[in-house]
Design a protein around this ligand. Structure first.
Ligand code: FE2
Length: 206
């Protein structure tokens, strides 16, 4: 059972101009695919060959296998990131909206905090909206391939702040990328589904 390389959940030009067709062709078709291919190559013929991606990430983390951790975690993070965005912007609703108001005051205040965290994140990594086991929300940051796929937090959405996510469209101006994506393309329905489930999203098996 090889780890799947999932399709983008929308057309490559669907997030333009926030994220261009060219960026998504490369980011999904080259970067994400390479992480998946390297993960599959690393586990082939080992006891992890039949494991889920989440199990591979946990095992690599436990064994301090940096190469496998980086590729497996980046496989997961990117699939989660694609779903964290949508062509049409929406607004938080239901229980998630109430939790956002309780934690941040408003959705606009949350978005501003996400932008600030992403802009201030040193070098490569990810910014996340996450919930703890009691449903309390927080903004989290992980460095490099760091992931919330494993651990106590339930990730609701993430934004990639590696340069390859925005450099072609926004050059070095990471705040412009974060503003364009977070004000127009957050998939709040995905975040609400993750919040309502209360357990970490599962990477697609096919
Ligand atoms: Fe990326």
């Amino acid at each position: 059972m090889a780890i799947a390389f999932p399709d983008l959940p929308y057309a490559h030009d669907a997030l333009s101009p926030a994220i261009s067709d060219t960026t998504l062709q490369t980011h999904h078709g080259k970067h994400h695919k390479a992480y998946v291919d390297k993960t599959n190559a690393a586990v082939e013929g080992t006891p992890l060959a039949e494991a889920t991606l989440e199990e591979i990430i946990a095992e690599a983390d436990a064994k301090k296998n940096a190469g496998l951790f980086n590729n497996s975690a980046q496989s997961w993070n990117h699939a989660f990131y694609w779903h964290s965005m949508s062509p049409a912007g929406s607004a938080p609703s239901g229980d998630l909206a109430a939790a956002i108001d309780a934690a941040f005051g408003s959705a606009d205040a949350l978005i501003e905090k996400l932008q600030t965290a992403g802009a201030g994140h040193f070098a490569s990594g990810w910014v996340w909206l996450a919930a703890d086991k009691d449903g309390k929300l927080s903004i989290e940051e992980t460095h490099d391939a760091g992931t919330l796929a494993i651990g106590d937090k339930n990730p609701l959405l993430t934004l990639d702040v590696w340069e390859h996510a925005y450099y072609l469209d926004h050059k070095n101006v990471r705040p412009d990328y974060l503003k364009a994506v977070s004000t127009g393309h957050i998939n709040w329905d995905f975040a609400a589904e993750n919040y309502a489930r209360g357990t970490t999203w599962a990477y697609p098996s096919a």
